[in-house]
Design a protein around this ligand. Structure first.
Ligand code: NAD
Length: 259
């Protein structure tokens, strides 16, 4: 059990990558708060992975809302007795060329990825600094390092998370808090399934060609990254015991991006 008795908050954990991280963390002994916009799905995820209700709870949280983040994190800390791990994972994708991008869409995407990361970090650091230290993990992307057409705010936000992680790493060290970023390649989740027809339309190519020539072209093996690939990386970072591994970004992308 690599996370025995650790308390983890995972945002956007009612679906996709966050949901699999919750499964792996619970299996490794952690108590996990599944924080999501969609409370019904968060509660269902908690019940699926921990039918006893002792080690997983669903928490209603829009990560862009300061009041909801602060209240949700307090609820988790009170129920489980502190917070050791934050996985700031909630995210969306909106694709369009920069010259046609709607300002409201730009602001919405940046708010979920960047305001959400800041607000959840601030709320959790209070408990980590007062307690046993901790591990902050941001869900970046290959788009934290690389750009693609049609994804201006996403690429901007994902690059920004690396800056935030480095600051949290420097400020958190004396409190035994580490901060790192996971940068996955394309993973078949609802977020990606939605993009395939949208990109096909924008680029004027077939959905098969979006997968083959846009999403997986640069990988070493033509394979999607899996939720399990990302969850194993999150477990490694969450369980890592010292400040030797902090302020880093780890790319998990079947070789799409090599640094
Ligand atoms: P997903 O759509 O399967 O899950 C996202 C979850 O976030 C959903 O449960 C949704 O309800 C929740 N969410 C959305 N807005 C929220 C908000 N304001 N507050 C709280 N929760 C909110 O997506 P996913 O593919 O699992 O993506 C998870 C993270 O991984 C995102 O940050 C995404 O950018 C990143 N990522 C995904 C891929 C990929 O290929 N799927 C690749 C790299 C990085």
């Amino acid at each position: 059990m690599q996370l025995a008795d650790k308390v983890a908050v995972i945002t956007g954990a009612a679906s996709g990558i966050g949901k699999d991280i919750a499964k792996v963390f619970i299996a490794e002994g952690a108590k996990v708060a599944i924080a999501d916009l969609n409370l019904d799905a968060a509660n269902a995820t908690a019940a699926e992975f921990d039918p006893s209700g002792d080690r997983a709870i669903g928490v209603a949280m829009d990560v862009t809302r300061e009041d909801q983040v602060d209240a949700g994190i307090e609820t988790v800390a009170a129920k489980f007795g502190g917070i050791d791990i934050l996985v700031s994972n909630a995210g969306i994708q909106i694709v369009a060329p920069v010259d046609q991008f709607k300002f409201d869409d730009w602001k919405k995407l940046l708010a979920i990825h960047l305001d959400g990361a800041f607000l959840t970090t601030r709320a959790c650091l209070k408990h980590m600094y007062a307690g046993r230290g901790g591990s902050v993990i941001y869900m970046g992307s290959v788009h934290s390092k690389e750009a693609s057409p049609l994804k201006a705010p996403y690429v901007t936000a994902k690059h920004g998370l690396i800056g935030l992680a480095k600051v949290v790493a420097k400020e958190g060290a004396k409190h035994n808090v580490r901060a790192n970023v996971i940068c996955p390649g394309f993973v078949r989740t609802p977020l990606v399934d939605k993009q395939i027809p949208e990109q096909a339309k924008e680029l004027g190519i077939s959905e098969d060609d979006v997968v083959r020539t846009v999403m997986l072209k640069e990988t070493v093996d033509g394979e999607f990254t899996t939720v399990d690939d990302v969850a194993r990386t999150a477990l490694f970072l969450a369980a890592f015991p010292t400040n030797a591994l902090t302020g880093q970004s780890i790319v998990v992308s079947h070789g799409w991006f090599m640094q």
